[in-house]
Design a protein around this ligand. Structure first.
Ligand code: SAM
Length: 288
């Protein structure tokens, strides 16, 4: 909802944040969702999908760094990476920072999100769109994973909207079953899994689903200022156990080898390892 100079997030009916709007840049109703991009006085440019804050220029680094560097450095040798959603290109840019990544396939359902982010949020993706290792596909992630060959990816990063509307299919048994099939034996999948202080069901239900297909299911946290309600959780499901207990020293060495060390503003080797230590109010929603 937009008043004279404010946009109110409408994720929760009885609580939320608002941004002072200095200039509205785009307001498009695509085939999938309402897209608004505006200039805020506090957080730079902001994108909203169906009334839910997706990304702000000011704090996007927190979420993109943690959603990308943690799985790739925990894996240690991810060469083929699948990104679902992430239409702003931020995850793609950070995946391609890893010099051991040979191929990054990004499947975003809404071409309008890509078009508008290229035009109004160019700094999020930088030059990632033109990287020869990038393969950007406009399509439904559920269809892509259904058709992808067995063991064709080392890591899957799901940067989707919440499990309502087009994002819902990315939180289903069918989706996780196919993700398990197309991942290599040491493969893993991470996904945006909401803010458990307000969306505990999302973490609990999707972790239980992932547990059917992956031996090691947990989550890790990041403090994203504009994902209101405290820690944001990122769901974790891996075929191999032990990936979350790599030492700080080994993570640092891997980050140096991958060309990541010294390029981040939130992620550090210590934050990486520490992010898996969950407060009880969050850990209680994970399967035993
Ligand atoms: N960082 C944001 C967050 O955590 O809320 C999400 C960023 S990104 C904008 C989310 C993207 O997921 C949107 O562009 C949306 O179009 C895309 N998406 C939703 N459902 C999808 C699906 N089934 N297949 C592919 N992309 C999907």
């Amino acid at each position: 909802m937009t008043t004279d100079s404010w946009i109110n997030e409408c994720l929760y009916p009885d609580w939320g944040q608002r941004f002072m709007v200095t200039r509205e840049l785009a307001r498009v109703k695509s085939d999938f969702q309402d897209i608004v991009i505006f200039e805020s006085s506090s957080h730079g440019r902001v994108m909203v999908l169906d009334g839910v804050i997706q990304i702000t220029e000011r704090d996007e680094f927190v979420y993109q760094e943690m959603l990308t560097h943690v799985p790739l450095l925990a894996h240690g040798a991810a060469a083929n990476v699948l990104i679902i959603g992430a239409g702003d290109g931020g995850v793609l840019r950070r995946v391609l920072q890893h010099n051991n990544v040979n191929r990054a396939v990004m499947v975003e359902i809404d071409g309008e999100v890509i078009r508008l982010c290229k035009e109004y949020l160019p700094g999020i993706a930088g030059d990632a769109w033109n990287d020869p290792r990038a393969d950007v596909i406009v399509g439904d992630g559920i269809d892509y994973v259904k058709r992808a060959p067995d063991a064709s990816f080392d890591a899957i990063i799901v940067d989707s909207t919440d499990p309502i509307g087009v994002g819902e299919v990315l939180f289903t048994d069918e989706f996780y079953s196919n993700c398990a099939r197309i991942l290599t034996p040491s493969g893993l999948i991470v996904n945006q899994c909401g803010v458990p202080f307000m969306q505990a069901d999302e973490l609990r239900e999707t972790s239980a689903r992932r547990k059917q297909f992956f031996p090691h299911v947990t989550a890790y946290v990041a403090a994203v200022p504009t994902y209101v309600g405290g820690f944001m959780t990122l769901g974790w499901a891996a075929k191999a156990t032990g990936l979350t207990s790599v030492s700080v020293a080994d993570i640092r060495a891997r980050a140096a080898a991958a060309g990541i060390l010294g390029t981040t503003r939130y992620w550090t080797p210590e934050i990486h390892v520490g992010s898996f230590n969950l407060p009880p109010y969050i850990g209680q929603h994970l399967p035993g």
